[in-house]
Structure formats: structure tokens, C-alpha cells
Design a protein around this ligand. Structure first.
Ligand code: HPA
Length: 264
């Protein structure tokens, strides 16, 4: 049976909605991955804290490949990830959620593909819709059901970090059409597609991006905003557990069929 997983980003170190949680480790060819398993009603759900439970792993050092491979090994068919983001769009304000639908990759030094020409060969995966459309619809439905406001679309620009951006960078990224900025969605989103797992991201705006307002950014303020608004994430994720069927077939599950499919 295919399962649903959550990857919690900054400020989300605990699923908050699951019962009977226990911790496990799994060995992958790319490293050992810790994760949690819990129940939502009768459904078993996996949770992974992207930065570690004590926020010890910076964005550029996250073992994205091991994490996604681990979820594939655990028979996960769908992933909902959460991210904290800065906003470049005056309409998207701190404390609000954005269901991103496109990304721009500005990362520099990440192990970003399973298809590196070695044992898995070469594959060029389609990214016309980088985030699973079926999952995006379910998240929007969950938002309506739970009365949580979600901006329906947005372009996520992924920077390398761990520093925040300069105002000049933000000015340039706005010209490119970016709405929100974060440090983790790439390569996570791409690897999930390569591994033929449905993937969507719900971003929480924690601040206006550098230079958009006249105050310096601090990680403390980002965490503070996440903590204050964590309930909206929890309402949505609980509703997703309720309504989303990870068994349902999706084009994401066949993303690399032309290249022989993704095999563990
Ligand atoms: N920039 C990059 N990552 C972030 C930000 C930001 O302004 N806010 C939260 N994560």
C-alpha cells in the first residue's frame, strides 16, 4: 500500500497531528535517514524533519537524495512538504500560506539528481508542472474545508543559503517573477519527481524578503512567525490525511517511464 509522507521544514519538527509516533532509521545507498511513523486514524503516515529535530542541518547540507530515496523505500507515493519563505510579493504577507506552483533554481552545490549517468543512466525529467497537480487540488480543497486562506499559486526561488539574500538579489528575483524565496525546495522537488513520487509544497510566509522592508532578517523572527501560525499547517495537513488517497494513480508515478522507470 502506498503511503503519504510529510517533510517538515523550518519550525515544523513534529507532525503535531499523528498519534502513536515512533522513530526509526533506514539505510539508503546515500546515507542513513531518520524518520517517524505515526497514525492518523487508521492511516499510517511518515514524517521527516528536513533540518533534523533540533534544526542542526543547514539547507545546503541536507541529504535530499537520501531522504527522497528513503521515502521511496518506505513505499511513499505522495509527499507534502512545508517550507518557511520570504515574500517578494506585497500581496503575500507574513503568516499567510502559499501553494507554490513553479520554482526557479539558484542553488549552487547540491547533489541534485538520481540520474547522473552512472548506474541509473541519463534521464531528462519533465518539469512543466513541477508540483503534483492532484495534490495541489487536494491542498486547496483542504484549505476551503478548514477555512484556512491559501494563495493558490506562486513561484518559489531557491537560493543556496545559508545566508539570506541581498536586497539587490531580491530586486533581480522580483524582475524574474519570483513570489517567494526559500533555501530547500530544490532539489527536493526534482528528486521526488525523478523517484516518481507525487510532491507538493505549502510555504508559510515568515517575512518580507531582504530590502522589501527596512528591518534586518533574523532566524528568530522566522521561527517566531512559524510558531505563531503553526495551527494553519496542522489544520491543512490533518485534512489532507483525511481526504487524500495516496493509492490513486497519477502521472507523477510514471514520470520516468520513457527511461525505464525508477527502480530501487
Ligand atoms: N530568504 C530565504 N529563506 C527564507 C527566508 C528568506 O527571506 N525566510 C524564510 N526562509
Amino acid at each position: 500500500m502506498k503511503r503519504l509522507a510529510f517533510i517538515g521544514g523550518t519550525g515544523v519538527y513534529d507532525p503535531g497531528i499523528l498519534s502513536g509516533i515512533y522513530s526509526e532509521f533506514i539505510e539508503t545507498p546515500f546515507g542513513t535517514v531518520p524518520y517517524e511513523v505515526g497514525k492518523f486514524g487508521t492511516k499510517e503516515v511518515i514524517f521527516m524533519a528536513r533540518h533534523g529535530v533540533h534544526h542542526t542541518i543547514p539547507p545546503h547540507k541536507i541529504n535530499y537524495k537520501a531522504n527522497i530515496y528513503a521515502l521511496k523505500m518506505l513505499n511513499v507515493g505522495s509527499i507534502v512538504s512545508t517550507t518557511a519563505v520570504g515574500s517578494l510579493n506585497p500581496e503575500y504577507k507574513p503568516g499567510e500560506l502559499v501553494l507554490v506552483d513553479q520554482f526557479i533554481d539558484m542553488t549552487k552545490s547540491r547533489d541534485h539528481t538520481f540520474f547522473d549517468g552512472e548506474f541509473r543512466g541519463v534521464a531528462h525529467v519533465d518539469m512543466t508542472h513541477p508540483y503534483c497537480e492532484q495534490m495541489r487540488s487536494a491542498v486547496l480543497k483542504a484549505g476551503e474545508e478548514k477555512n484556512v486562506k491559501i494563495h493558490k499559486s506562486g513561484t518559489y526561488i531557491c537560493t543556496e543559503g545559508p545566508r539570506y539574500e541581498t536586497p539587490a538579489e531580491i530586486k533581480a528575483f522580483r524582475l524574474w517573477g519570483a513570489d517567494v524565496v526559500g533555501m530547500t525546495n530544490v532539489p527536493e522537488c526534482q528528486l521526488a519527481r525523478e523517484a516518481e513520487i507525487c510532491y507538493c509544497t505549502i510555504s508559510m510566509v515568515t517575512n518580507f524578503a531582504a530590502g522589501m522592508i527596512d528591518t534586518p532578517l533574523t532566524h528568530h523572527d522566522v521561527l517566531d512567525c512559524m510558531n505563531k501560525n503553526i495551527e494553519s499547517f496542522q489544520k491543512i495537513t490533518a485534512e489532507i490525511c483525511e481526504i487524500f488517497d495516496p493509492e490513486k494513480d497519477c502521472s507523477c508515478h510514471h514520470a520516468v517511464k520513457d527511461f525505464g522507470g525508477f527502480h530501487l
